[in-house]
Design a protein around this ligand. Structure first.
Ligand code: ARG
Length: 578
């Protein structure tokens, strides 16, 4: 165990058990960073009442039983009953040296690994694959990577919109233009444009619109082979588009992760029947609805979850109810994280409420909506092109790469081929990092100048930080992987950096719990900043003696490992040099 918070926590729990009885050994040790020492335990405060003692007395008794000599100096009771810990230099050095050899960088494996569905990206096929889906894709991928690294069994789930009424129009249009026509190829390159031209046709040609409506009926009845084939063709072209976008974005979703709305089609009738049988679904204005308790509109009237519309068609919510049921019954997941725009918050609260009423979401399965805020233009509105159109995802990524290339061209000694390769990493990394470093539920302003900057909490700054450390090894003529401890932490800047590195596991655990990748961004930024301070204050290659030089090289190596692991889990590419 490398993480000092965990190590101290375990010792505090032992001390509480020894001092006050076994019942107290499971109390929360409440270890926090301290401004007067390295860490403090606040455990005594909430226990005082239960024990009928003053917090200070509890703290003092606890300290009497604390066995931490190998980790820190004598702990001090301060204030109302805090216990302060100052870690021993040799312990920090030893733990940091161990980090160098540890593939998990001090991240403990969970006692009981859980099966976690991370649902993300989920664009609507051939409809609006635009910058709005960029964020759910990027943030979701980071959540999936981190949760997996934390030791859980992660199932990636791309809940694409591949069903519903607009597919009549799309299929009919594909049928009219022909599968090999240039328009059809738009599905692979610019699906929005395909949708737009189908839409224009639909709005201007009543005969086509009629055929499109008939096509929906054929599609949903499932017994017209020609329609099914065209639908499958539409999906294949869209999958090709997604594959390209995901590859460029370094997103880990594959074809196998696609489990779209259509997958649940056969289960919708059962959902409706069961809700009727349970007495939850009632007819209202011709539609079949459930009114979960506690949801009312502005006028105080109860809000419905529409299960079946008056025309007999099922709803978006019905599919989501079938999805909940499937995930609980068939996938046996312990947790499902829905990475979806915050504008759908009410939808999910109501769907989960109905699923709970129906008994489908019983037990301790934890279903949560990881809300994603809007991406805004610099004018504060939803991001649009100058002409007011939705921004094409591929154009946006291309622009990022181009801008990164322009900045890199100012760097001397970089040949054109290398520059193009690095530009892709930097451009994509900048976009992803800007997205990830903002709390996922807040909106953020898409601002090229800020995200491609080499200064501040940006992708390029962190990428550059890793290449800077690599260049130290290059100059030293030693491979990073050949560096061995012991790490030295005599100087304050070394000590601070090492302590930060030892917190990696705790950050991973926290991000896994909260599904908030921005915390990991904040952490890697702190690491990079502390490294800069260390590098300014502590000469590495020009250290006074061989031992110091080696110890500092080892600290550089540990830092590089933590930074690349952190950026890797965020899905931000890390070029070897810049
Ligand atoms: N396809 C939907 C959209 O683009 C998002 C799907 C979200 N997931 C879900 N289970 N409803 O708005």
């Amino acid at each position: 165990m490398a993480d000092p918070q965990q190590v101290l926590g375990a010792r505090v729990r032992d001390a509480l058990g020894a001092a006050f009885g076994a019942d107290y050994a499971s109390a929360d040790p409440l270890i926090r960073p301290s401004s007067f020492a390295d860490f403090q335990s606040n455990a005594a405060l909430p226990l005082a009442k239960r024990l009928g003692k003053t917090p200070r007395d509890v703290a003092t008794e606890m300290v009497g039983h604390l066995d931490v000599d190998d980790i820190c100096d004598t702990p001090a009771v301060t204030g109302p009953g805090f216990v302060n810990f100052t870690l021993r230099e040799d312990w920090i050095a030893g733990a940091t040296s161990a980090l160098l050899e540890d593939p998990r960088l001090g991240t403990p494996l969970p006692d009981a690994p859980r099966t976690v569905i991370v649902e993300y990206s989920s664009p609507n096929i051939a409809k609006e694959m635009h910058v709005g889906h960029l964020r759910t894709t990027i943030v979701g991928d980071a959540i999936a990577r981190v949760t997996e690294f934390a030791g859980h069994h992660v199932i990636r789930d791309n809940h694409v919109g591949d069903w519903g009424t607009q597919f009549g129009m799309l299929i009919e249009y594909l049928f009219d233009v022909g599968e090999d026509a240039p328009q059809a190829q738009l599905l692979r390159t610019d699906p929005n444009a395909f949708y737009q031209s189908a839409r224009v046709r639909f709005d201007s040609d009543p005969e086509f619109a009629d055929r499109a409506r008939e096509r929906v009926v054929k599609l949903q009845s499932g017994d017209d082979p020609g329609t099914q084939r065209l639908w499958a063709e539409l999906m294949e072209l869209s999958r090709q588009y997604l594959r390209d976008i995901y590859a460029l974005l370094r997103v880990t979703l594959t074809d196998d992760d696609i489990r779209g709305e259509s997958f649940y089609n056969d289960m919708l009738g059962g959902v409706a029947d069961d809700l009727i049988a349970k007495g939850l679904a009632v007819q209202s204005d011709g539609a079949l609805c459930v009114f979960p308790p506690g949801f009312t509109g502005r006028d105080g009237a109860p809000l419905p979850v529409i299960i079946r519309k008056s025309d007999g068609g099922y709803n978006y919510s019905t599919t989501d109810l079938a999805t909940v049921r499937y995930r609980v019954d068939k996938v046996n997941c312990d947790r499902a994280i829905y990475v979806v725009g915050s504008e759908q918050a009410l939808h999910f609260r109501m769907v989960f409420a109905v699923a709970r009423q129906a008994g489908w979401l019983a037990g301790d399965a934890c279903f949560e909506h990881a809300q994603i805020g809007m991406v805004q233009g610099t004018d504060g509105n939803r991001l649009r092109t100058r002409e007011g159109d939705t921004v094409k995802l591929s154009a946006l990524l291309a622009e990022g790469i181009e801008r990164a290339g322009a900045i890199l061209s100012q760097i001397e000694g970089l040949d054109a081929a290398a520059r193009d390769e690095i530009a892709e990493d930097v451009g994509i990394g900048a976009i992803k990092y800007a997205d990830l470093s903002t709390a996922r539920d807040s909106a953020y302003i898409f601002d090229w100048d800020r995200m491609i900057s080499f200064r501040g909490n940006t992708g390029p700054y962190l990428q550059y930080a890793t290449t800077r450390i690599r260049s130290i090894f290059r100059k030293a003529g030693i491979a990073q992987t050949d560096v061995r401890g012991p790490v030295g932490v005599a100087a304050p800047a070394e000590r601070e950096l090492a302590l930060k590195l030892l917190g990696f596991g705790a950050v991973i655990a926290g991000v896994t719990r909260s599904a908030e990748p921005h915390r990991l961004c904040g952490y890697v930024f702190e690491v990079a900043s502390l490294f800069t301070a260390f590098y300014e204050q502590c000469p590495v290659l020009k250290a006074d003696d061989e031992a110091t030089r080696n110890a500092r090289l080892a600290l550089c190596a540990a830092t590089l490992r933590v930074l690349t692991a952190g950026l890797g889990l965020l899905g931000v590419p890390v070029p070897d040099r810049m």
